[in-house]
Design a protein around this ligand. Structure first.
Ligand code: HEM
Length: 192
């Protein structure tokens, strides 16, 4: 359990419409191996005390792009500091979870919840009034690159060898791609 507001991983959530069998097929499509599980666990250790620095980089990137930061608008259409700060805590926890959680039914259920937080439940978890309706799927997909590319220096910062960094980076790339693939599931409504 964590005390992060709105983080409901350990609560009873609606089950994901994606089955474990579908998840396994997605992992196979990503050439997932047991080595990726081990590399992600190692990445979790390497990243733990760098999470705030990573979030600074990602928030800097979002903040520098008006069309992205617009998604964190409050009722007046301007970025809401309260909203950005609330989501930041859960974003940090997501880094930990992605590296350390088992990809099981509980994990799938939380992926479904977060998908809906980008689509049908935007700003609801934090009780924010927003002018926005949803995060466009095309931006979720595009975001895979910055979230992956910017991670490498952090993975390399604790003395791992070049090949260990490569393995952690590839596993992270696969995990983020897997996540966004799952989050695309409820977008079959045409909300591109
Ligand atoms: C690789 C793509 C992305 C990842 C991995 C990601 C990750 C996350 C995570 C971990 C959360 C918090 C989930 C939770 O509540 O526990 C979140 C929420 C959010 N993200 Fe993303 N995100 C991505 C793309 C984007 C993009 C492109 C935007 C905007 C342009 C965006 C805007 C938001 C907003 C506004 C929330 C808050 C949703 C709410 O009201 O609960 N995300 N994201």
């Amino acid at each position: 359990m964590t005390a992060i507001p709105g983080y409901t991983y350990d609560e009873m959530l609606a089950p994901s419409p994606v089955s474990i069998e579908d998840l396994e097929l997605l992992k196979a499509s990503l050439l997932w191996t047991d080595d990726d599980n081990a590399a992600l666990l190692k990445a979790g250790q390497v990243l733990e005390d760098q999470i705030e620095d990573i979030l600074d980089v990602w928030y800097g990137y979002v903040g520098a792009n008006a069309h992205l930061v617009k998604s964190f608008s409050g009722a007046d259409g301007n970025p809401s500091g309260e909203y950005l700060a609330a989501v930041r805590l859960r974003f940090g926890q997501w880094i930990r979870d992605t590296c350390t959680r088992d990809f099981d039914e509980e994990w799938l259920a939380y992926q479904n919840e977060v998908a809906h937080r980008h689509l049908t439940k935007l700003a609801k978890t934090d009780g924010i009034e927003t002018t926005e309706t949803h995060i466009p799927l095309r931006y979720l997909i595009s975001f895979i690159f910055p979230i992956t590319a910017t991670m490498r220096p952090f993975l390399a910062a604790k003395g791992a060898s070049e090949s260990e960094v490569d393995a952690m980076h590839a596993a992270w790339f696969k995990a983020v791609t897997l996540t966004v693939s799952l989050w695309s599931q409820p977008y079959n409504t045409g909300a591109w």
